[in-house]
Design a protein around this ligand. Structure first.
Ligand code: SAM
Length: 178
């Protein structure tokens, strides 16, 4: 993609388990990835698009296998500053539970609250390592993202319809104000 993505676009494509491999999403994300120097993906699964990749599940191809919050704190401790983040956590409480139980981790009340709080502590930790002017690409079933309250402006929304009664994938790009 040569030009900046439109503020709002809608595409159609069959659902893909790997979000960033879904063609319209990959194309949309590529605009930001090709302009980034240091990128971070705390919920990467097998995606290697970012420089720093992490996934809780040790059977994935990510470089680190930590809880996303601990991973982001680890990067901060190491002095890493990024200009792009792919933020693609599980999309529902049931998906979080399934991920945690799949790696033998108990899914407790705090995890449930973390999910309904839109990954607040993880987003705060991410904000602490993202340079001003940097971009966060958030994916899910809501468009809440990093929010204006943290100083982010909405730059682009891509809605990907998967047909039938499937949930759309909502993709938003937000830029941290300088
Ligand atoms: C929606 S998938 C990511 C898909 C990936 N972005 C792609 O394009 O293929 C969410 C991932 O987050 C991981 N995950 C769930 N909870 C996590 C946590 N607390 N910390 C780190 N990773 C987590 C899951 O194992 C799962 O692979």
């Amino acid at each position: 993609m040569k030009h900046p993505p439109p503020f709002f676009a809608r595409a159609w494509h069959t659902a893909n388990r790997d979000t960033l491999l879904n063609p319209p999403i990959k194309e949309w994300a590529r605009f930001y990835l090709t302009r980034s120097t240091v990128s971070v993906d705390p919920f990467a699964r097998n995606s290697s698009l970012a420089n720093w990749t992490n996934d809780l599940n040790p059977e994935t191809a990510a470089n680190f296998h930590m809880d996303a919050f601990d991973f982001l704190l680890h990067l901060k401790k190491e002095g890493v500053t990024c200009d792009l983040c792919i933020f693609d956590p599980p999309y529902s409480r049931a998906q979080v539970k399934e991920c945690y139980e799949g790696v033998g981790r108990h899914f407790g009340q705090a995890d449930s609250q973390g999910f309904t709080g839109n990954w607040k502590k993880e987003r705060d930790a991410l904000d602490s390592i993202l340079a001003p002017g940097g971009v966060v690409l958030s994916f899910g079933w809501n468009s809440s993202g990093m929010t204006l309250a943290r100083g982010y402006t909405l730059e682009s929304v891509l809605l990907v319809c998967h047909g039938g009664a499937h949930h759309d994938t909502i993709c938003i790009a937000e830029r941290k104000q300088s």
